[in-house]
Design a binder for this molecule. Structure first.
Ligand code: UDP
Ligand code: MG
Length: 310
């Protein structure tokens, strides 16, 4: 029997923890018939509700359930990393606790790896039913932008739900950066990936942890982690500004020499000065953003801290 490690990042999911367990158990037999047993690794990301208690209840009756509990909320990316580190399986699966990632797909995902020779089977949702339209719009814009400015492959609607071989999991683990953007990392490591599509499923219980501003920040993380295009843009902008200013200076000198008239032109001057200082501040800001990421990387802090592990 081979082993599948199922990693379930859980943050305030007390209602979903047992529910997820039950739903998953329905596919145990089918997976066994394919030659694989599974273990569940719940990664409690510093939940404030009774998520840990619910997982412990499961551990009491089922030895294939494990718990890694963080000292505080480190974010889903850290939870995924911790789960990968703790996983021992020949295959590893990432799954949300809220059942938005249908367990029903698992057997066919496993078959794709075992029989069709893929290294990884990823999923994407083709609809965004139940999501605010404005959010879908910006999400699509984000993917379109990333396709242009990054060398790494980004797939629109890609979920974190994915089955991979040990080899792929180890490749992700080899990327030890602090600012983690897992979606991009999977594209970066490569390997033969099959994409399965499904309709969006709304979360079973509880509420999403994402608000609009959180998603905006997340997308900026993605851009900075996988593209330096903003830095190039800033350099080009600076160059264009220099050329423009140089031409303008020549023009103003010539005009003053020919027509005199020292005081007029004050308003246009103020406009130009404030425009250019605005652009400069913006550019320094963008450079600063990259520097702040570097600062965090250089500090080399652990990606998560464990409080309890069963
Ligand atoms: N999650 C986490 N840490 C966080 C936020 C979320 O581990 O700080 C987990 C959450 O418990 C869930 C998964 O990540 O299992 C996806 O979260 P959510 O359903 O809120 O995101 P959405 O599906 O709306 O994108
Ligand atoms: Mg969800």
């Amino acid at each position: 029997m081979e082993l599948i490690s199922i990693i379930v990042p859980s943050y305030n999911e007390e209602e979903n923890v047992p529910y997820f367990y039950e739903e998953m158990a329905k596919y145990r037999e089918e997976l066994r018939n394919l030659g694989a047993e599974y273990e569940l690794i719940y990664v409690d990301d510093g939940s404030r509700d009774n998520t840990v208690g619910e997982v412990k209840k499961l551990i009491e009756k089922d030895s294939s359930v494990h718990l890694v509990s963080f000292s505080r909320n480190f974010g889903k990316e850290s939870a995924i990393y911790a789960g990968l580190k703790k996983s021992k399986g020949d295959y590893v699966v990432l799954m949300d606790a809220d059942l938005q990632d249908p367990p029903a797909l698992l057997p066919s995902m496993l078959r794709a790896i075992k029989e069709e020779g893929f290294d990884s089977v990823a999923t994407r949702r083709v609809t965004r039913k139940g999501e605010p339209p404005i959010r879908s719009f910006f999400a699509r814009m984000f993917y379109r932008l990333m396709k242009k400015i990054s060398n790494t492959e980004f797939v629109d609607g890609a979920r974190d739900y994915r089955l991979m071989t040990r080899q792929v999991a180890d490749a992700i683990l080899a990327l030890t950066e602090y600012n983690r953007f897992t979606k991009g990392m999977f594209g970066w490591v490569g390997y033969k990936t099959k994409w399965l599509e499904y309709e969006n499923i709304e979360r079973a219980k509880g509420e999403t942890k994402w608000n609009f501003w959180g998603l905006v920040k997340y997308s900026l993380e993605g851009i900075m982690a996988f593209s330096t295009a903003p830095l190039t843009l800033v350099s080009v902008l600076g160059l264009l500004m220099c050329i423009f200013s140089f031409v303008l200076i020549l023009f103003i000198i010539a005009k003053t020499l020919i027509f005199g008239d020292p005081t007029s032109g004050w308003p246009s001057m103020i406009c130009i000065v404030s425009l250019i200082s605005g652009v400069q501040l913006l550019c320094i800001g963008i450079v600063g953003q990259y520097m702040s990421k570097m600062y965090l990387e250089v500090k080399n802090r652990p990606i998560y801290l464990i409080k309890e592990e069963i």
